[in-house]
Design a protein around this ligand. Structure first.
Ligand code: ATP
Length: 199
């Protein structure tokens, strides 16, 4: 699976339709401060279903829509498509090219689609689950994440390392199971008390 291109329109500083094609090998995006480099990465995370406006450096989700400049009026819609080469069928799809699109309107309406067929956010999550690009994936490391890794907070750093090692998921499941065991033990104790009272 390879990200072939990104199509952005009306997202943050990208008012006009912009195509970014990725060639083989390493790609760097360079530009002056405030020219929109981080916005490109945020467009990728957003199209993959990011739900937190805060993690996209906004207050509300509407903040991702182009808010106007001295030359251009604000827009009513943000749209981002990611086009993946799927000839290896790494993504569970019959298509050899998979296009994932997210649209968002000022009215609050949100539309997701896969290869131009409307779908649910859950379908997008399912498509990328366990591919390294899903929810909470560390394939995309933002500036904030780097701060977290360097942070003095040992617990935060441990969580990041455990997530990368694939351990965190199991640890969460273990904690949930321990909580269930605890609840069951409490119920058993209560039943024992009742039985003792009856006897
Ligand atoms: P740096 O090198 O300083 O990290 P950068 O190249 O990564 O900068 P970004 O942070 O991606 O730049 O882009 C910031 C620009 O995006 C700012 O000029 C900001 O005004 C603009 N911007 C953010 N949201 C919107 C929006 N909704 N509408 C229009 N412009 C926006």
């Amino acid at each position: 699976m390879k990200l072939k291109s990104i199509q952005i329109a009306g997202f943050k500083s990208f008012a006009n339709k912009t195509n970014i094609d990725f060639q083989n090998g390493f790609t760097g995006i360079v530009g002056p401060n405030g020219s929109g480099k981080s916005n490109v990465i945020e467009a990728v995370r957003w199209a993959l279903g990011e739900q937190s406006a805060k993690s996209l450096r906004g207050k509300k989700m509407k903040d991702v829509i182009f808010s106007g400049s001295k030359d251009q009026h604000p827009l009513n819609r943000a749209e981002v498509s990611l086009i993946f080469d799927n000839t290896s069928h790494f993504l569970e799809s019959d298509y050899s090219e998979v296009k994932v699109t997210r649209k968002y309107y000022r009215s609050g309406e949100s539309i997701y689609s896969i290869n131009d067929h409307e779908c649910l956010l859950r379908d997008i999550h399912n498509l990328f689950m366990d591919t390294g690009l899903g929810e909470g994936s560390l394939s995309i490391i933002s500036q904030g994440n780097v701060d977290d890794i360097l942070d003095d907070d040992v617990q935060k750093r441990r969580t990041i390392i455990e997530t990368a090692a694939g351990v965190y998921h199991y640890k969460k499941q273990k904690n949930e199971s321990e909580k269930k065991l605890e609840d069951t033990q409490l119920n058993l104790d209560r039943i024992s008390d009742i039985i003792r009272e009856i006897e």
